[in-house]
Write a protein that binds this ligand. Sequence first.
Ligand SMILES: [Fe+2]
Ligand SMILES: [Fe+2]
Length: 277
Amino acid sequence: MTDLTLTQMAVDVLTTADGRVKTALSHQHAATWFASRDAGKALEIGNAVPPMQPSRPEKPELLSPRDVPRRRPGSPQGRIALLHAVAHIELNAVDLHWDIIARFSDEPMPVGFYDDWVKSADEESKHFNLICDCLEAMGSHYGALPAHAGMWRAAEDTAQDFMGRLAVVPMVLEARGLDVTPGMIQVFKQAKEAKTIEALELIYAEEVGHVAYGSKWFHFLCGRNNLDPKDVFHTLVRRYFHSTLKPPFNEEKRAEAGLPPDFYWPLADETPRKKRT
Ligand SMILES: [Fe+2]
Ligand SMILES: [Fe+2]
């Protein structure tokens, strides 16, 4: 057992730079949390303050998205670049899940809220390690290529707004993962890379749960504050998300995760595509 509160555990993960060490701590703290729950005495939530930016390793070099070299998934190098980008997203997700636990500890939440986010953080840690294993099996590693700077932007933008955080991170960004992962799995099926297909399929299945947790707790807070969920969602996404949502949407998985079409379609980029001449 431990003397740490849950928010101290979150800060512990957030202030650890190395990806493998960060995710090992994340697994360890998640196990401690669930052991305390099983013993019938949940750890204290506490009120430790998370850093504005999580600690990250020296590598990868972080570049503006426009300067990150384009991926050509048809080649082994292109597939490595694609997986490297996924590893970067997963590491960011580990921090995002611990950050939401500590950032909004002022708002009293049912203990089930913490169960959901600790479980998600634990799963994101597994995702990062699985993708790192795949990269290493392909002769590369996380840190070998540059990665997108600005991944933490959504966290900073919503640092003062709990409902804004739920709207933008799980219900927009992680939902986008549901839209694009099947195409990525297809790339690795064509290359017959069984280990990576297996990892991506597991990630795809577990990410539905993360979006569902976002939707569940967003609706909970709307109910607590007597707000109309759809209207508030639109307002918050327009306020904090600096882009439009890009179809095609994975309507089936989004539905499974509790995201109805009238939440996302009104925010979609519906500018008619230029006709080819
Ligand atoms: Fe993930
Ligand atoms: Fe996730």
